[in-house]
Design a binder for this molecule. Sequence first.
Ligand SMILES: Nc1ncnc2c1ncn2[C@@H]1O[C@H](COP(=O)(O)OP(=O)(O)OP(=O)(O)O)[C@@H](O)[C@H]1O
Length: 345
Amino acid sequence: MTTETVISVRDLWKVFGHKAEQVPRSEELKALSRRELIEKTGCTAAVREVSFDVAPGEVFVVMGLSGSGKSTLVRCLTRLVEPTAGQVVFEGEDILGAGRRRLRDLRRHKFSMVFQNFGLLPYRQVIDNVAYGLEIRGTSKAERLRRAREVIDLVGLEGYEHSFPDQLSGGMQQRVGLARALAVDPDVLYFDEPFSALDPLIRRDMQNEVIRLHREVGKTMVFITHDLSEALRLGDRILIMRDGRQVQCGTGDELVGAPADDYVRDFVRDVPRASVLTLRWVMRQPRPDDVLDGPELGPDVVVRDAVRTVLAADRPVKVVKDGTLLGVVTAEEILTVVTDVEAVA
Ligand SMILES: Nc1ncnc2c1ncn2[C@@H]1O[C@H](COP(=O)(O)OP(=O)(O)OP(=O)(O)O)[C@@H](O)[C@H]1O
């Protein structure tokens, strides 16, 4: 664990069933597929041997098909679900050893959750819903209302302080959910498919809202989704799960440029590659006949943003980082990505 880690997860297991504890301890049971494990022991392995780190300020996305273990994994991080084995270290503390009081403090002061069904209190006005987390913390009324107004403004709900949740649209209710989560100034925000009940346009608005809020408040976020375009838009890194196991963890361009297996390849098949891949994925080594006095671009420039420069140059564009030439790109490499969806996979 370094100070550059907010959450550090090691060999995490969550098994449901009577003999749950036996599964992570037995090499024989660990090796079984999920189906074989159910048949043999009656246990469901929802999360199997998952390890990852989340850095401060990172948006970390957990993605996978329905039933792959996303919700169970993220609930283990706050112990809403009790892990069967492994380690969850939060800001240097192994929270699997935390007692009830410590856990309650962590949930009140360090974590906030945003759920798909909003979880708002129906008989409370917006402002009291937003102030709720501060109320249970014991913050004075004047202070919690002041803070609630501040975050209501931050999420664009000014003027709706005294509305009740059922007077608001789904998108606005989710803004209340966001404001409530932000009001307590947590260290980490956990989102469990918060926008999947919203229609596509509102959903896009809310994704933009999260991007904007992240830029403004810089919180560490762990975000569950089964929607790859949402994952790519929001995530600094994406963990892909299948049947409880992690299949791959990486940046969007790593998943699209080098999918770990057919499951990931299937997920990323329809992604517009030019919008995700960066020059490091398409550049080639210079050849002896290349004239190397063309324009320079960085390796992290997205192909789509490099098209104009590359096509306008009459010599190879140099891909340079910290003064070192990493490779070159010409119209040929760029057009391969822009026109051929499977070219680099
Ligand atoms: N309380 C429980 N008891 C028994 N099995 C459970 C329990 N909760 C989850 N599971 C099982 O664990 C597996 C993973 O479920 P989980 O809800 O974490 O997946 P998910 O990827 O979040 O799915 P979804 O996208 O549908 O919410 C599933 O097979 C599920 O049936």
